[in-house]
Design a protein around this ligand. Structure first.
Ligand SMILES: C[S@@+](CC[C@H](N)C(=O)[O-])C[C@H]1O[C@@H](n2cnc3c(N)ncnc32)[C@H](O)[C@@H]1O
Length: 273
């Protein structure tokens, strides 16, 4: 048997072990990217074989949390893809303005930068008071940071530029206070946001929503898992509800194409018919 084939068995066993022991299902993540992440983890921890991780995972929960943290790519920033936030103001806000209240599910919120960007737009468009937001992720460490809303001072230059490029109506500096090497976002941005653990691979719907934002999360999933998540989103969205995906994600081949119209094809904004 080739080494490559043995490694494939080891990876299958590792993912099965994680699922059986902790209930986290990585078996339907895109294999090439999982293989890369596991390889990096092995090198970082000075292990040579994937199977060496299995006993450690079985008996050491902290080790598992470290691995999940490594598997979950939390790259994000405030007003990431300013054109998306520009489209949000131009095309989503007018729809939301007509609704009596807004229930928003932000899935895969990572360390919170994206949902606080949305909170700023909602605040500037006088929609914050009628919005309830659920921001979810399966990475508990990222969720903890999201709740704290404290970011490195060095990131602010980029965040400010993104905010301006996205059509921000005020001054970005109105939304944070600086302390030493960190910035703390203003408390009012957290009002009405509930951060919660939710695993898109295992958990179910989150109640009826008017808006779901899930960007740059499903690129890591294989087709089956993507279909599962699309089904959950479709079950959650009210008629006329809006779904926002990342620039490299698509409703094509999701089985939902006919049920949704594109409000902005380029920015991946769709509306349930
Ligand atoms: C690249 S970040 C995207 C953050 C943000 N949405 C953005 O676009 O800037 C991907 C996030 O998806 C989360 N994620 C990955 N698999 C998940 C799953 N099965 N359930 C919930 N969140 C998941 C990761 O923990 C990570 O925080």
């Amino acid at each position: 048997m080739l080494m490559k084939e043995i490694e494939k068995i080891e990876l299958d066993l590792l993912l099965e072990c994680i699922f059986l022991r902790y209930g986290y299902d990585f078996r339907q993540y895109a294999r090439a990217s999982m293989r890369r992440r596991v390889q990096e983890f092995l090198e970082r921890r000075n292990h040579s074989k994937i199977s060496e991780l299995i006993p450690l995972l079985l008996y050491d929960e902290t080790f598992f949390q470290d691995l999940v943290h490594h598997f979950s790519i939390t790259v994000t920033e405030m007003f990431r893809d300013p054109d998306f936030f520009h489209a949000f103001r131009q095309k989503i806000v007018p729809i939301l303005q007509k609704q009596p209240f807004i229930k928003l599910w932000h899935a895969g919120c990572a360390t919170g930068e994206e949902i606080y960007s949305v909170a700023i737009v909602l605040f500037e468009e006088n929609l914050a008071n009628k919005t309830i937001t659920f921001a979810t992720d399966f990475n508990n460490r990222a969720l903890h940071q999201a709740k704290e809303a404290i970011y490195e001072l060095g990131l602010i230059k980029k965040f400010t530029k993104n905010y301006q490029d996205s059509g921000g109506k005020g001054f970005f500096s109105d939304y944070y206070s600086a302390q030493y090497e960190s910035v703390i976002l203003k408390h009012h941005l957290k009002d009405n946001i509930t951060f919660a653990h939710h695993n898109l691979a295992n958990d179910g719907v989150f109640g009826e929503m008017n808006l779901i934002i899930c960007r740059n999360v499903m690129i890591y999933f294989d087709k089956n898992l993507q279909e599962r998540v699309f089904r959950i989103f479709d079950e959650s969205l009210a008629k006329g509800g809006i779904l926002c995906l990342g620039s490299r994600e698509s409703l094509q081949f999701s089985g939902l194409e006919d049920k949704y119209e594109a409000i902005d094809e380029k920015q991946k904004i769709f509306r349930k018919r």
